[in-house]
Design a protein around this ligand. Structure first.
Ligand code: TNX
Length: 432
């Protein structure tokens, strides 16, 4: 009776809910949300938001009454890692733009934001011991023109904003390849001692740090130390993808040494799937991006996987041949392709227990502004969020496309630019 007419959020120990689970009870005159941890209450509030009419998301105040359906929900996630990656290297996005993306991630209970902070075309975070990385390496972008970088204060603001929404920021400095911006900033990182010009094209695989030089490892140690200090979470992503100029031995030696540097700074290494050629620690994580057997070798060393299969969930792929922007080297990825797959059957011989979770990367060679970010992420990203949260037995495309249809209104209310996929009968138009 004390709860009549109230919305109550209660922290109550309940082992069955884990860190992120919650119980929501809505009856005629009260709403009660219970969780073991504040994080669980936060996830439950996102469900409550989705039960309210779409107009609750509009920036202007509306009079009530606000009605939500009565019922009881007990909910917790299938996977601990539900991530989104944003490439701020090919094109740079401001702190405010990244924060807006974090808000949209949080609405769908995504709990990791992986920032791809350095690539051939740009270095986007100030490293105080190597300031020219940002000052020179961050000065341009794909297609040329001004780039940008985050000061450490800017970056700390992003991390704090995300943490307030129970989103962990995972920084990535890609190496030894994808490093032209660094090589252009410091001649001593190059085997021939000569800094190349800045690069504004979109080829991959041509650059590498000088893996035989001790200067390289002093550089990596400084970068990892400064990144670790800025990172509350346990993971640092060191890239490792698409290296075409090193021998197998050179590549493996580099990855193993970098893995040790990350561990020496108290963090765990994540790398793209190629790192499984090295001897991984059981605390390391490989991020699978192609199909086939990628990830199986990593699992044999005890490492866990993050699944980002490009043909399913690369948000930089075009929806079909008529939509822009985007690439299509992994195929066209329509809403159904992005939703209708199960992580536990992706890698032969790799089951649910070896999978940390799923992540949707958004590479930005062709994605130049926030409208384009939103168009590529919506509606595919909410599908990834559901794959990461809900059991496979609770997911069916025919049911999902009806539930998704109602979100068009919500995105319009939020001002989100989304792809009106022909696979969904959007309910957008009238309000409430
Ligand atoms: C491959 S996926 C890359 C990126 C590109 C992307 C474009 C991966 C680990 N590397 O460097 O941006 O394709 O789709």
């Amino acid at each position: 009776p004390a709860l009549r007419g109230r919305i109550a959020l209660r922290l109550e120990g309940d082992e069955a809910l884990g860190d992120e689970g919650y119980r929501l009870t809505v009856d005629e005159d009260s709403v009660v949300l219970r969780a073991s941890r504040p994080e669980g209450l936060f996830r439950g509030v996102q469900t409550l938001r989705q039960l309210l009419p779409a107009s609750v998301e509009e920036p202007t105040a509306h009079p009530g009454p606000w009605r939500i359906p009565a019922g009881r929900i007990v909910d917790r996630p299938r996977f601990a890692w539900r991530g989104a990656m944003l490439d701020v290297a090919r094109h740079f996005f401001t702190v405010a733009e990244v924060e807006r993306y974090i808000d949209l991630l949080a609405l769908y209970k995504i709990n990791h934001l992986h920032l791809h902070l350095a690539d051939d075309q740009g270095w986007r975070i100030m490293i105080r011991s190597w300031p020219n990385l940002a000052a020179h390496g961050g000065s341009t972008k794909v297609g040329g023109g001004p780039g940008g970088y985050y000061t450490q204060q800017d970056y700390a603001a992003i991390v704090a904003y995300a943490r307030d929404r129970y989103v962990t920021v995972v920084p990535e400095i890609d190496m030894p390849g994808h490093t032209n911006a660094a090589l252009a900033s410091y001649p001593e990182l190059n085997c021939n001692g000569v800094a190349p010009a800045l690069y504004t094209g979109i080829e991959v695989g041509f650059s590498s740090l000088c893996v035989g030089s001790e200067t390289t490892y002093l550089f990596v140690d400084d970068v990892v130390r400064e990144l670790a200090e800025l990172t509350p979470g346990p993971y640092l992503h060191l890239g490792g993808d698409e290296v075409k100029t090193l021998t197998h031995e050179e590549y493996v030696g580099f990855v193993e040494r970098v893995q040790g540097i990350v561990a020496a700074h108290g963090k765990r290494m994540i790398g793209w799937e190629e790192v499984e050629q090295a001897r991984l620690l059981p605390t390391s994580v490989a991020q699978v991006w192609r199909s086939g057997n990628a990830g199986a070798a990593a699992v044999r060393t005890g490492a866990k996987l993050i699944l980002s299969p490009s043909a399913r969930i690369y948000l930089d792929m075009q929806y079909d041949s008529t939509t822009t922007p985007g690439l299509h080297w992994a195929g066209y990825v329509e809403v159904r392709d992005a939703y209708d797959w199960d992580p536990a059957t992706l890698v032969p011989g790799v089951g649910e227990a070896e999978i940390l979770g799923v992540e949707a990367p958004l590479w930005t060679e062709t994605v130049t502004d926030v409208h384009a970010i939103e168009f590529m992420a919506f509606p595919r990203l909410p599908g990834l969020a559901e794959i990461g949260w809900s059991p496979a037995t609770a997911r069916h495309w025919e049911d999902y496309r009806l539930r998704l249809a109602a979100h068009g209104r919500r995105w319009s209310a939020l001002g989100v630019n989304y792809h009106r996929s022909p696979q969904v009968d959007w309910e957008d138009g009238e309000r409430r």
